[in-house]
Design a protein around this ligand. Sequence first.
Ligand code: PBG
Length: 306
Amino acid sequence: MRRIKIKNFVMPYFIVHGSGRAEPIAAMPGQFRFSVDELVKELITTIGLGITSVLLFGIPASKDPLGSEAYDDNGIIPQAVRAVKKYFPQIKVITDICLCEFTSHGHCGVLADNETVKIDAAKTLELYAKTAVANARAGADMVAPSGMMKKQVAAIRRALDNSELKKVKIMGYSAKYASAFYGPFREAANSAPVFGDRTGYQMDPAASYQAAIKEIAADIAEGADIVMVKPALAYLDVIREVKRRFKKPLAAYNVSGEYSMLKAAAANGWVDEKEAVWEIMTALTRAGADIIITYYAKELAKLLKI
Ligand code: PBG
């Protein structure tokens, strides 16, 4: 049995414009939206606990149909990456590449007519590539495309290579399901679709694991350095199967709903939170996750130190 190690955990953060801001996220007790200066302060504790990687999500100053702030060199994410790398060059910074936090309609790509959920694939890939290059130029070590658009990893790899950013790695959100467990995240990032849903691009939770295998194989063929299954808990079978078939490092994303569900039960005194967190992380590790992305990373680091 492999043991859980804190260096394999990734702590996600939501970043907002401004300064001195640490806004509690109602649907995710214990999590905050940080302005860049507050993120830097927060990371002193995080790094002190032994966490070595963070995943950044941005909340823009304003939204538009093309999600312009996502690929702006002075957008919220490039600003955050530059600050983190300036103070903590040793920390691995991963940025989420998607448009849903930045678009006025809340979809993960560019819409063909802005009224129906018909994605303009070519334009979307172009903007994902621009976003990845903007984040990488700011100093991101790794980019993580989460939009579930076909060929997104290939488009980003090509753009990074053409911009002399060959060293920047890609973590594909390879098998990402259209899940109810993203609810709290959409409140945190204000990224719920204004109309329609994400079933046109994210995977059907009822699909057989073969569908996930296909997605994983495609991401690897396109150049992904790390592959991912998301959410984690309802997809342990998929994690296991992916681990059995592929040699690439495998990440499992213990998503917002999985976090908030346990927080709510713990707040009511219905479960022993520490025991439950440990049990969940052990299960993900046993299933085959090499890397675990979780809002519990800091709490877990404290637990493992005891
Ligand atoms: C962006 C994105 C989402 C999550 C990660 N990247 C939201 C979504 O797909 O709706 C969810 C993470 C979580 O719930 O913790 N596309």
